[in-house]
Design a protein around this ligand. Structure first.
Ligand code: BJW
Ligand code: ZN
Length: 235
């Protein structure tokens, strides 16, 4: 089984999604500015402040029933998790084979020499708009190990993800708006090769019309019983 997850799987843990209009983080900020390579180049202090806040917020939340269900499926199947999320909640729930196509917000590196940053992550007692990022010994700026708009996805995680989708007997797509590419192309690969694709999302997405089944349910409600429902859903 391959699970392809997006921000919606973590919503019930209290992590805001990106594009949900009322609660989404980007209701307040422009995603293309704050989450892009160009945004980092033009105002790293604002981008760093935003990611520092999200780093601490994500460290303070816990996996929910959906993450736990996916981890529990390993007792019955060879489960691969391809996630766009940077919150590490799949690992914290116990999933073993997790591929981070958009990186992790628990790792940092220098934007000039690429060295991993092993120093302390500054505290952030309350959200502020601007914080200067730490500097590397080479003078470069320390940035989160995430993939911004305009940047390539990590080669190894991408290849592992493509393999996981191509070799799956079933792909479960949960909590993603399916609009950010190339990640959104992964379920399309499964559809193209005739692999059953089950979408779990309270809202329709561009994937809905081509998915084998689309469940209009929240992840925390749908995933714990999904394995038992599989025969009825996909035969
Ligand atoms: C629930 C729920 C519940 C709520 N249960 N569900 C035109 C066409 C195609 C591509 C492009 C294009 N123009 C530009 C591009 C490329 C661009 C792109 O895709 N843009 C489109 C938006 C137009 N892509 C890129 O730039 C990528 N790189 C690239 O293409 O590189 C090329 C290159 C090659 C070689 C050299 C250089 C360059 C990179 C994309 C990186 C995306 N990064 C982000 C930020 C990561 C760090 C961070 O976390 O801050 O990734 S953006 C953001 O979107 C984040 C997410 O992972 C990603 C996807 O969002 P997701 O997870 O789907 O969240 P939402 O909020 O959108 O949806 C949540 C869903 O959950 C909703 O559907 C809800 O209904 C649902 N939900 N509660 C279940 N309880
Ligand atoms: Zn450096």
């Amino acid at each position: 089984m391959t699970v392809f997850s997006g921000a919606g799987i973590s919503a019930e843990s209290g992590v805001p999604t990106f594009r949900d209009v009322e609660t989404g983080l980007w209701a307040e900020v422009d995603p293309y500015e704050i989450s892009s390579a160009d945004g980092w180049r033009s105002h790293p202090d604002r981008v760093w402040a935003w990611y520092l806040w999200r780093h601490h917020m994500m460290g303070a939340v816990a996996p929910n029933n959906a993450h736990r269900a996916v981890a529990a499926w390993e007792d019955y199947a060879d489960v691969h998790v391809v996630t766009q999320n940077v919150d590490n909640l799949h690992e914290r729930a116990g999933s073993k084979q997790v591929y981070h196509v958009h990186g992790s917000l628990f790792e940092f590196h220098c934007d000039r020499c690429g060295a991993a940053y092993l120093g302390e992550v500054p505290a952030m007692p309350e959200p502020v708009e601007s914080v200067d990022p730490p500097r590397c010994v080479c003078g470069g700026l320390i940035r989160p190990n995430v993939v911004w708009f305009g940047e390539a996805l990590p080669d190894r995680a991408w290849q592992q993800s493509v393999d996981a989708v191509i070799n799956a007997d079933v792909v479960v797509v949960v909590g993603t708006s399916s609009v950010v590419y190339p990640a959104a192309g992964l379920p399309e690969l499964a559809v193209a090769s005739g692999t059953p694709v089950i979408e779990v999302n309270p809202e329709p997405t561009p994937l809905t019309s081509t998915a084998t089944v689309s469940l209009r349910e929240k992840a925390g409600a749908a995933l714990p019983g999904l394995l038992q429902r599989l025969p009825a859903l996909i035969g």
